[in-house]
Ligand binder design. Sequence first.
Ligand SMILES: Cc1cc2nc3c(=O)[nH]c(=O)nc-3n(C[C@H](O)[C@H](O)[C@H](O)COP(=O)(O)OP(=O)(O)OC[C@H]3O[C@@H](n4cnc5c(N)ncnc54)[C@H](O)[C@@H]3O)c2cc1C
Length: 510
Amino acid sequence: MAIVNINPANTWVNQHLNVSQAYDRLYDVFNPDVDGDPDFMSDLAPTISALAGIVGDAINDGKRLRALGGGWSLSTAAVTDGRLINTKNLNWRFPFGAAGVSPGYPGDPTLLMYTQAGMSVAGANNALFEQTRPQALKTSGASNGQTMVGAFSTGTHGSRFQFGAMQDYVVALHIIAGPGRILWLERASYPVMADHIVAGVGAQLIRDDTIFNSALVSFGSFGVVYGIVIETEPLYLLEEERHRLPLNPALRQAMRTLDFSGIPMPHPGEVPLHFEVVVDPHNPAGGGYVTTMYQRPYRTDYDPPTVSSSGLGPGDDLLAVMGQIGDVLGVIVAPLVNTLVTTQYSEFGPGTPKPAQIGTPGEIFFSTTSLQKEMSAEIGVALEDAERALDLMLALPEVTDYPGLVSFRYVKKSKALLAFTKFDTTCAIELPAAYADGTTSYYQAVWQGLEDAGIPFTLHWGQMNNFTPARVRAMYGTAVDDWIASRNSVLDPQSRAVFTSPFLEACGLA
Ligand SMILES: Cc1cc2nc3c(=O)[nH]c(=O)nc-3n(C[C@H](O)[C@H](O)[C@H](O)COP(=O)(O)OP(=O)(O)OC[C@H]3O[C@@H](n4cnc5c(N)ncnc54)[C@H](O)[C@@H]3O)c2cc1C
């Protein structure tokens, strides 16, 4: 028996305290107790049926419904004005071998893993590490407190610039799309699971590239994602270095081309896996903090990464750093940001007092802590527009009161129709900042400035935004129509109404 707790009407608040939402009911759903390891073919059924019942109740009661992930989004993508489902307790995972795979699957079946929706990124890293053949995620965000489904549903990414974002290694979606409609979605061009296994778990198989690519980044709008299949990599290490380099023509060229030949790199001639540049907009003359990570074969004789006194790990994200600023009311911002960056975002690696950091992806991107109230927006521009966007952001008058930083990461184009990483190589510019009026004024000025300058851009679905139907269409063009058509084909009108949220309506995607 699945266990479902129904919490009465109250207000839900996201982990970083900038979104609150009154709800009618909040469901906590738990897996049944089983003896030993759960069985893929029989032990999923109770929770699938409980969730399908919750969708049916929402239809009958005329309520809207949405699944929550880790609650790390800084936009209202995760909520709706009705009922919410806490999925975090559904965290079983199942590796599978050749017998479970479609004959057309081109990859290595031993590197596939099915995880239930609530598996956190940290949990996935641990689960993969524990496999007989240890494995790792191909990429993740800077922290790992998100659920896997919550993370890719908004297009979460790192800076593995020759790969892509998290949704780009998801190859099957197990979705509850209505009371009697349990779906297994894959690409027609990339079959994964053996048909008899899909039938065995009681799901209807739909293999269709457009539908799959629509459902991937759909922020809870295609139903409740119950489970996913991901492609992983054999376990590897990341060797991480951070150096402050002058923000000169050579670094600027690297930032707009990813040609690193003009800048000093820790391992000249070797292409890093991850490249990132952080600029303090109050002190661009101080240079850019360049973080590089190189992929190394796994071995056990290394010193795991160190944690700073504030609890931040080496891969820890800037948002965690900037959240420490707290209340900036009436304070001159520039010296505060300078001090925080120089103390918390230190250099390490050859030529600095601190050694390079070495760890598995789970050790480098280890933070799951919820920190202070904070704000963040992320903008996607084409690689070649990165420098123009930087100059525009540095020149805005509103930067004076902006208690934050500007960070540049790089991601290959995603197949997901509404991925904000939509350019051949997207430069994802994050603006992590303290919770302040100066932050929102700066975001507005940046978005307006990009529009005025005619620089095409997108915005991260899980971060702060100014989406309107017109802006979303300007960003994604006819992909919007294909996405809506896919959603209409997956959800019947009653279920569609249930999974339509105010956020979806504000984006013109309902
Ligand atoms: C400190 C911090 C650091 C961050 N770092 C990065 C980063 O490095 N890179 C980056 O790209 N982003 C980053 N983000 C943004 C964050 O990764 C995304 O907002 C992500 O979507 C949050 O995932 P979550 O699990 O918390 O999901 P939530 O925020 O709870 O939900 C996200 C979306 O997923 C949907 N969802 C969740 N579970 C299900 C389900 N089972 N079925 C259907 N829909 C579901 C929700 O409805 C919602 O639309 C960061 C955010 C914070 C606060």
